[in-house]
Ligand binder design. Sequence first.
Ligand SMILES: Cc1ncc(COP(=O)(O)O)c(C=O)c1O
Length: 376
Amino acid sequence: MGLFNVYPLYDVTPVSAKGIYVYDEDNREYLDLYGGHAVISIGHGHPKYVKAITKQVAKLGFYSNAIQNPLQKQLANKIEKLSGCKDYQLFLCNSGAEANENALKLASFKTGKSRVIAFKNGFHGRTSAAVAATDNAAIIAPINAQQKVTTLELNDIQGVEKELKKGDVCAVLIEFIQGVGGLDQATAEFFEKVDALCKANNTFFIADEVQSGYGRSGKFFAFQHYNVTPDIISIAKGMGNGFPIGGILIHPSIEAKFGMLGTTFGGNHLACVASLSVLNVIEEDKLMDNVKEMSEYFIKIAKTIPHIKRIKGRGLMLGLEFDFEVGDLRKKLIYEYQIFTGGAANKKLLRILPPLTIKKEHINQFFEALVDALDK
Ligand SMILES: Cc1ncc(COP(=O)(O)O)c(C=O)c1O
């Protein structure tokens, strides 16, 4: 049987990984500044993570959501402790799209409304409502296009106000740092005004923290750089360090009802243990301090390189903008310097999404290679 050919692939076959490095079948070493698309938060094969998962799978990998699973409660408590999102309620699922899908569904159930406001260059996943709220016509099938979504420019506060006043908007869905789109951020004034408008119009304010959450921005959540209180926060990528898990944090004012949301695999024992051990490592190894320190170090060096026209993003969710498209540069970095980086919808942007455990020596290695590649 062949594979359904939907991914344009680089010609690299990783077979193992450790920390910031990935190794191919010839044992060639690659510096991973992409983290499998912002997924590897605590580094590849972290010994505490490997131990926790191994122990759990030998004990009980999965049962259903029809039984008691104290690991879910432990995970909820740990997220609350590290994020400071007091008394929010946790619903667990398996991916970022599913998190946003459940967030939108819950907003619609609770407000009785169905239109969504999303933003230009936003990315929220590939399922029904999530993809309809994603600003990329090429991935929206006719069945998804039935959803009612209005896409506005970031910072268009008059637009948000006008649409919310119509009374049919269940949710405003936003990334506080756009990932796939290219690391644009709205202003603090915009975020805070949208929050207030949502509260005044019985509309849920949903923070899509699938990529920016779990410490990547330098705070636990990117929205915490602002004075806002989202009704729902969606999370996924960094949660499991590669083990598939997603979830939504739901404001304490929102009441659950049996059967309202559900999933077979979401919140299984193995996923909970993976995510718990990620949080333990973030806490014990003080990774959020490391994010701040390494981010400053990275930006300081980037500022000295004249080819770089703009530095975008926050924490370890960064982008280097050039005045040319970076597709060939990314290939050069992989094939000639063995360094993984990311691309974006903005073709001139090189995205940097390393494990949060990155050190100065890795950043030095990257910049030496980048300067060499640019000067060639
Ligand atoms: C901000 C954001 N939301 C949602 C998603 C979708 O996540 P998943 O691919 O796990 O469905 C992504 C994936 O890149 C993302 O960056």
